[in-house]
Design a protein around this ligand. Structure first.
Ligand code: SF4
Length: 369
């Protein structure tokens, strides 16, 4: 499988926990940015002419914040220069405070068939403290417009003062509004964000408290009919995100725009996070990469295992053997022994037991040598 990611680095304002490449004060550069984005799309087309793409994902930032003409133009460029397969999953991220019927109609006409909505919390006071631009009412209005569509909602765990009842309310709000998919993320306070100050002050739940809230959320999502298929992702049957699964299957993807990452052939590369540097490079007909690495030898195997163990399906042993010419059980005999209590092991598969998925990163290190 192959996917396309497009980064839209504009937001109305910055959320207190955000360290993504999003620049509320640079929205005046949208014309220049999108001109360069389209140029980058065109510029890479020749080298990717043999690819057929199964998924497209417009993320950010807040793609739904910018004038929809830019999004429609982006899809047009992609279709002009790339083979987007029939039935491709085409997703756009939306902030509930920016969704309108007119925008949705334009997105759907351009081919978008999956909508990822940032709910985060079902409590207006919490949303205000996070500096989100939307209210619970905005989410309900957006969900009403999305009735019958395939849409996902993001929920945050580990917020100041958050209780199990709060987690339940957020999940119920998303589920009852018709979401077919929920991404439930545990907050990681990043240095340089206002949220990091709260973390240093001890205002946030401890790691153990967050883990307990997360466990509670997992159970409640199951009660609402959402199956966990990756550490932070839950879907009604048939509504898993093909785009994200491609990442975890170590599939190929090309990313366009600032901070976008790509994995093509065995090369991983990432664009600059700076809009100015990005546009300067593209205008000079240069790539805007600030990082590039060829993945070689055992690294490929480690990546494959690390990514597969994020998912509920885990490592398919037969697929592993055919890709790497070695039996998974033989190659990782010691790691399998050392992490046995955290794993489900069958003839065909190895996966991390659901109760250990939250600490999957501590388990996979055993498979890194
Ligand atoms: S909407 Fe998303 S990308 Fe924009 S500031 Fe908030 S968290 Fe960051």
């Amino acid at each position: 499988m192959s996917g396309i990611y497009v980064h839209i680095p504009f937001c109305k304002q910055k959320c207190t926990y955000c360290d993504f490449a999003s620049y509320p004060h640079e929205t005046g550069k949208a014309d220049l940015y999108f001109g360069c984005l389209y140029r980058e799309m065109k510029g890479r087309a020749e080298s990717l002419k043999d690819y057929g793409f199964d998924t497209v994902y417009f993320g950010g930032g807040t793609p739904s914040f910018v004038d929809p003409k830019y999004i429609v133009g982006g899809m047009k460029q992609l279709r002009n220069h790339y083979r987007i397969k029939d039935g491709a999953e085409i997703t756009i991220e939306m902030n509930p405070g920016t969704v309108t019927a007119e925008k949705l109609a334009l997105y759907k006409k351009a081919g978008f068939n999956r909508f990822s909505v940032g709910l985060q919390s079902a409590d207006d006071e919490t949303l205000r403290k996070l500096n989100r631009i939307h209210t619970v009412r905005d989410f309900l209005d957006a969900a009403a417009l999305l009735k019958g569509e395939n849409f996902s909602a993001d929920v945050l765990i580990g917020l100041e003062g958050q209780t199990e009842e709060d987690v339940k309310k957020s999940i119920d709000l998303a589920a009852d509004a018709g979401a077919s998919h929920v991404s439930m993320y545990a907050l990681k306070p990043e240095e340089g964000t206002p949220m990091f100050g709260k973390y240093l002050n001890g205002d946030l739940p401890s790691e153990d408290e967050t883990a307990d809230l997360y466990d509670f959320g997992v159970k409640h999502l199951a009660e609402k009919g959402f199956e966990r298929y990756e550490i932070s992702n839950f879907a009604k049957p048939g509504f898993q995100s093909a785009h994200n699964l491609n990442y975890w299957h170590r599939g190929q993807y090309i990313g366009f725009g600032v901070s976008a990452s790509s994995f093509i052939g065995e090369r991983r590369f990432t664009n600059t996070e700076s809009i100015d540097e990005y546009t300067a490079c593209i205008l000079r007909n240069r790539v805007a990469e600030i990082f590039s690495e060829e993945i070689e030898g055992d690294e490929r195997m480690f990546e494959y295992v690390m990514l597969a163990l994020r998912t509920s399906e885990g490592v398919n042993k037969r697929d592993f053997a055919s890709k790497f010419g070695v039996s998974f059980d033989e190659r990782f005999k010691t790691a399998l022994h050392d992490t046995a209590k955290c794993l489900s092991v069958t003839e065909e598969r190895v996966s991390v037991l659901p109760e250990y998925l939250f600490v999957q990163n501590q388990i996979v290190v055993h498979f890194m040598n």
